[in-house]
Ligand binder design. Structure first.
Ligand code: 5GP
Length: 120
């Protein structure tokens, strides 16, 4: 797959507010936050979309959730709660084609998550 700006963040070619890093993943604050706390947890391995996750990559994807929970605890919002979102392709609203888990926190979230008035 072609390199995205998230690969550039991993390689420190463009700046980001990085809050966590380990061998498999990186977490950094979203440049356009949609909640008081909004960061992204991404795999260092470039996977374009949920549709592209290979069986052999299941541990990497599970790891993203473990990192989200670890950071929720260390940042103090685990008990209040939070939302994780992973958008896929056009209808899902995905704009960066490097897998990423949104973590949103710091206020009660509405449901359903979309704001349009279309009936399902
Ligand atoms: P998506 O729409 O693909 O689910 O989410 C992409 C997210 O990446 C968006 O929430 C957007 O604000 C964030 N984003 C896009 N470009 C940058 C950037 O250069 N730096 C950071 N920190 N976040 C970015």
């Amino acid at each position: 797959m072609s390199e995205t700006l998230f690969t550039k963040i991993i390689n420190r070619e463009i700046p980001a507010d990085i809050i966590y890093e380990d061998d498999l993943s990186l977490a950094f604050r979203d440049i356009n936050p949609q909640a008081p706390v909004h960061f992204l947890v991404i795999p260092k391995q470039a996977i374009a979309t949920i549709n592209d996750i290979a069986e052999s990559e299941r541990e990497i994807v599970g790891h993203l959730y473990l990192v989200a929970a670890k950071l929720a605890k260390s940042m103090g919002f685990a008990d209040d709660g939070y939302r994780t979102v992973m958008n896929c392709n056009e209808h899902g609203g995905q704009t960066v084609f490097h897998l990423h888990l949104h973590v949103l926190a710091g206020k009660p979230m509405g449901w359903p998550p979309y704001t349009d008035k279309l009936k399902v």
